[in-house]
Design a protein around this ligand. Structure first.
Ligand SMILES: [Cu+2]
Length: 168
């Protein structure tokens, strides 16, 4: 009986839309769909860790450049900047969402516009210094799934507009 248990756990994890590595799990991940020719987009998710750790990088075979960005109001202006890392406290969820933290994908490869799932790898370092990765298959969607946290009062469209000039 106990032999079937790992499969049971696996299916429950699938049902919850949760993908987990040893210390890190990602929930409700999605990446904003692009039109052909568009150079950049954002990926969003809720991250939670079972121990204190630091997100150090993101990467995808479909984007030449992937960075962790934050958007914040500076006075009346919404500004976006790359951050070196994100610190996750054990048990505390950190939400990447339009208008806040996001994984910025740039120099998208040809064919990206046709993807329905994007492979995305999150790299992180545990408190003991060991480097780990979590690879996700992220659904490509026009808008945030209803289960995912939405931007705080900011129309998600504003985010794609702000990304439009970012053609590196
Ligand atoms: Cu960005």
């Amino acid at each position: 009986m106990h032999q079937s248990r790992p499969w049971f756990v696996f299916f429950v994890a699938l049902m919850w839309g949760v993908v987990a590595s040893a210390q890190l799990q990602a929930k409700d991940a999605w990446v904003r769909a692009v039109v052909t020719g568009q150079q950049g987009t954002g990926a969003f998710m809720t991250l939670q860790a079972s121990e204190n750790l630091t997100i150090t990088a993101a990467s995808s075979p479909w984007a030449a450049v992937a960075q962790i960005h934050n958007m914040a109001m500076e006075g009346n202006v919404m500004k976006m900047a790359a951050v070196d890392s994100l610190v996750l406290q054990s048990g505390q969820a950190l939400t990447l969402k339009p208008g806040g933290y996001h994984v910025m994908l740039m120099d998208l490869k040809e064919g990206f516009a046709k993807l329905t799932q994007l492979p995305l790898t999150i790299s992180y370092k545990t408190a003991s210094g060991s480097a780990q990765t979590l690879t996700l298959q992220v659904p490509v969607l026009a808008n945030a799934p209803s289960s995912a946290p939405r931007s705080g009062g900011m129309d998600p469209k504003d985010h794609s507009q702000h990304m439009a000039p970012m053609q590196h």
